[in-house]
Design a protein around this ligand. Structure first.
Ligand code: TYD
Length: 144
C-alpha cells in the first residue's frame, strides 16, 4: 500500500471476534485474521472534552485500527479527492485507516474511549501534519 495512491475505499470497518455472555462480553483483537496488520503499539484517547476534534493529520506508512472501546465518535477519512464519515459506536468494530489518509475524529460522546491499534511505534517523522502538504502529495498522482 503506497500512501500516495491510497484512497478512502481502502478504509473499511473490520468486525472482530466477540464472545457474548450474560455476565459481560469479550472482544479479542489479536494478530492474524481478521486483523489487517500486526500490532506494535496501542494507545487510547480518553477524557476528551465535548466539542474537541482530534486527528488532523495523515501518516506515510502507519496503519491503524480505530475502535470505539466505549461511547461513540465519528471518523472523517479524506484521500484528497473524496471524504467519508464513519460513525463508530460498538467495541467490536475497528476502522482500518491505511497510510496516506487524512483523518479527523469528531463528535465524541461523553466518556468515549478511542482505542487505536497501530502497526508501528510512535515516529513523529511518519506524520504529515499540514493539510497543504498532504494535498500536494496526493495531487501528484492525479491524472485529471
Ligand atoms: P497525535 O497523534 O497528534 O494526537 P491526535 O491525532 O489524537 O490528536 O498526538 C498528540 C501528541 O501525543 C503528540 O505531541 C505526540 C504524542 N504522542 C506520543 O508521544 N506517542 C504516541 O504514540 C502518540 C499517538 C502520540
Amino acid at each position: 500500500m503506497k500512501s500516495i495512491t491510497s484512497d478512502i475505499h481502502n478504509c473499511n470497518v473490520v468486525e472482530m471476534e466477540k464472545n457474548h455472555n450474560p455476565a459481560g462480553n469479550i472482544t479479542v483483537y489479536q494478530n492474524g485474521s481478521p486483523m489487517p496488520f500486526d500490532v506494535k503499539r496501542i494507545y487510547y484517547l480518553y477524557d476528551v472534552p465535548g466539542g474537541s476534534e482530534r486527528g488532523g493529520h495523515a501518516h506515510k506508512e502507519l496503519r491503524q485500527l480505530i475502535v470505539a472501546a466505549s461511547g461513540s465518535f465519528d471518523v472523517i477519512v479524506d484521500d484528497g479527492r473524496n471524504k467519508k464519515i464513519i460513525q463508530l459506536n460498538r467495541p467490536y468494530y475497528g476502522l482500518l485507516v491505511v497510510p496516506g489518509i487524512w483523518r479527523e475524529i469528531v463528535n465524541f460522546s461523553s466518556g468515549a474511549i478511542c482505542l487505536v491499534l497501530a502497526s508501528d511505534k510512535y515516529k513523529e517523522d511518519d506524520y504529515i501534519r499540514e493539510y497543504s502538504e498532504f494535498k500536494a502529495l496526493k495531487k501528484s498522482v492525479d491524472v485529471d
